[in-house]
Design a protein around this ligand. Structure first.
Ligand code: 4AD
Ligand code: MG
Length: 452
């Protein structure tokens, strides 16, 4: 990002380390504001690597240039102290091509030597509960490390790409309540919350309330948290995740899939434009992201997927939904994301529309990411006539009461419509090539952790 994008910065911050590193202040006198990332040196010279949100740069302080007082202050500045440093940008043969010859410096927020910054390599090795738990306990501090900062930037670009995809196509951003009276995705993952002497639930999806606004807005989308009481801890489940959902009137399963493919390609394209450097720094093979940005995503019926899996010796019965272990096997050899369509009616919730050609199936789709990542989108056509929705609710054995508003949508001018939900954290995990979904969200929530 160029300096232009950051004018009007707070507290008079004018210079950014990223710009210094890209050579745009060569030879200039600048003032950097940041945090001490690494520090070493002797009684005469100190090398401080300083970090801000845009990068790191080495600052060289010589005692005879900065004076004793400043030199002592810098010597005592521990890792993660905040500093203001002034000096001249010089080219160097060292690591990044540029460094700062310090003329003046101030420690703004010192770190107490009795409580040094806890995230160090030796602390991670010694951590009782293992490195992962140690880093999760210190998540609020771990956010400052380059791996997490990089992930958060990638995540921001993913959010931006989703907003721009929908807004560029005249979708209206629309918000649904998070306290709800009923399930969307089945009762087993509902979070119950006491609600003034009654019971309420945290929403699993914006969908049912989006359908209520479908006759008003026709094309709508959201990005919001959804909640699932997932008891088992896996690489791809959070109890609170970010859900990008869309709903569209006068649309078939096929129309909805086109948007699913479109938004995922737009995310990949946007990452290549904005975050190639970050992806590379995480070790991601950029050519894969390029492929996901440019290819068409093939479609396959559920039955075909079951045959492939059976051919690979996976035990699966027709009618079962595909869990992670099965999707992992299925997608391991995929080169690009694939849509799986026409799941058995018994495998999917009541809102999916039965296929008029064969009502054993529903007109739905899951988009499965390759490389073993599995499901990133679930969506389809909705049951839109009153008779059919009542039949589906009754066959699930769900009480009608909490869904009266939903049935009403069909009683007053029902139309064919559909939509999907995309797991934003899962998409970040996949496109960044991370091993675990918790790497892709600042404060991951699972069945064992709500802190920090
Ligand atoms: O397939 P799901 O359950 O579909 C729905 O919720 C629909 N009501 C969406 C719609 O049509 N508007 O969830 C959609 C996506 C999944 O494909 C997955 O990417 C993500 O949400 N997801 C999760 N991500 C992280 N942690 C979890 N526990 C998730 N559960 C679902
Ligand atoms: Mg699903």
């Amino acid at each position: 990002m160029g300096q232009d994008g950051r004018t009007g910065a707070t507290m008079g911050k004018k210079y950014w380390i990223g710009d210094v590193r890209s050579g745009s202040h060569d030879g200039e006198n600048v003032e950097l504001k940041g945090w001490v990332h690494r520090t070493r040196g002797s009684n005469k010279i100190r090398f401080l690597v300083v970090r801000d949100s845009t990068g790191i740069v080495q600052c060289v302080a010589k005692r005879d240039l900065v004076g004793d007082e400043c030199f002592e202050a810098l010597k005592n500045a521990l890792i993660e102290s905040s500093v203001v440093i002034r000096g001249v940008v010089e080219t160097t043969e060292r690591e990044h091509g540029y460094e700062l010859q310090v003329t003046e410096a101030e420690i703004i927020g010192p770190v107490n030597p009795d409580r040094p910054f806890p995230i160090t390599e030796s602390a991670m090795e010694e951590a009782d509960g293992g490195e992962t738990e140690f880093l999760l306990d210190n998540r609020h501090l771990y956010l400052r490390t380059s791996r997490m900062t990089t992930m958060l930037k990638i995540r921001s670009s993913v959010f931006g790409a989703i907003h721009s995809y929908f807004r560029d196509r005249d979708f209206i951003e629309y918000q649904a309540p998070n306290f709800v009276a009923g399930a969307v995705e089945g009762g087993s993952t509902l979070f119950e919350v006491p609600y003034f002497g009654k019971k309420a639930y945290l929403t699993q999806s914006w969908q049912l309330y989006a359908e209520a606004a479908m006759p008003a807005l026709e094309r709508l989308y959201t990005m919001a948290p959804s909640f699932r009481a997932e008891k088992s801890r896996t690489r791809r489940h959070l109890t609170e995740f970010w859900h990008a959902e869309m709903e569209i009137a006068w649309a078939s399963n096929d129309d909805v899939m086109q948007h699913g493919e479109g938004v995922v390609r737009n995310i990949a394209r946007n990452l290549l434009e904005e975050r190639s450097e970050e992806l590379e720094s995480l070790g991601r093979d950029i050519s894969l992201v390029e492929r996901y940005a440019d290819s068409e995503y093939p479609r396959m019926r559920y039955d075909e997927a079951v045959e492939i899996l059976q051919g690979k010796g996976v035990e699966i019965e027709w009618g079962q939904d595909l869990d992670y272990s099965k999707e992992k096997v299925l997608t391991a050899d995929f080169e690009v994301p694939h849509f799986l369509t026409h799941y058995p009616r018994v495998a999917k919730p009541f809102y999916h529309r039965p296929d008029p050609d064969d009502s054993k199936y529903v007109l739905c789709h899951d988009l499965l990411a390759p490389e073993g990542y599995g499901e990133i989108i679930g969506g389809g056509e909705r049951t839109w006539s009153e008779d059919e929705i009542l039949e589906r609710i009754d066959e699930e054995g769900t009480p009608r009461d909490p869904y009266e508003f939903y049935i009403d949508i069909r009683r007053y001018g029902g139309v064919p419509h559909g939509g999907f939900g995309l797991g934003v954290d899962r998409v970040c995990t996949w496109l960044a090539g991370a091993d675990h979904i918790r790497e892709a969200i600042p404060f991951p929530r699972d069945s064992r952790r709500v802190t920090p």
